[in-house]
Design a protein around this ligand. Sequence first.
Ligand SMILES: [Zn+2]
Ligand SMILES: [Zn+2]
Length: 322
Amino acid sequence: MERISLGNTEFEGRNNAYLFTGDRTALVDTGLSTPAVREDLEAELASRGVDVTDLDLILLTHWHHDHAGLAAAFQRESDATVRVHADDAGLVSGDEGEVARLEDARDRLLEAWGTPKDQRDALVAFLDASEDKAGAPATVDSLSDGETVQVGDDTLRAVHAPGHTEGMTCYVREDGTILTGDALLPSYTPNVGGSDPRVEDPLGTYLGVLVDLVEAGYDRAYPGHRDPIDDPAARAREILDHHRDRARRVIEILGERGTTDAWTVSSALFGDLEGVHIIHGPGESYAHLEHLRREGLVEQTDEGYAATVGAPAAADDVVPTL
Ligand SMILES: [Zn+2]
Ligand SMILES: [Zn+2]
């Protein structure tokens, strides 16, 4: 397997694509659909003796444009099979019902979070301007948790890891290493809550994935952005610690402000937001508030969210300590 580090700066930047050669030429993730990324990736493939037309399989970790953007263009040239988890398949294939479900969930949540009108307009303008980077719809053969897929001379096992997106999937190699997409990243914590508004209880769902990553003890992780992670279990623990600190901070903010909405909590945590962060910031706040609500530490009324009496003392317990 070869890691191809792309030079893009859009979204979280420096996306990775992973190339497998041998019996079945395969690419895991493709980068954004921009002329610069396409040129970059094609040159990297060519330097390894691979032409886009050689691809047999394009395997995706999730539907986000910086991972799936070029899938359709490469499929058109190579006739490669494009595979992604069933829960993200409709967004990669451009299924109208699934796209509508995503947009409806986004609109409903932005409203429920108390996002100001000018911020919502700025987000819509950003998303519209990014649309050409999404790439065309691909023909998708969906896959599910536990399935094995042959890539190059290796076999990958799909491990569903929802939270960042509904269909987010990691792929475990025969040597005990794992490709994690955006489920585990080296230098920042993957967004939950705003990155896929379809996900119910995004933080609680994602915490389960982190616990699984700690317990599985993979030898090394190859993330969707930036450099490999030598100790994936340690990194998953760090992210759990980060969310424990943040849960405590959210309870504190509710204590200071009284009953309030996700946008106000986001402003207290992150300040002013731009571009995609206009949905990531309140999304992350919502993910915490919703998890705290499910754990009984926060009450939600028509007025907004409020901490319960025992919340400050119990805040640490809502995120597992391993
Ligand atoms: Zn992503
Ligand atoms: Zn990403």
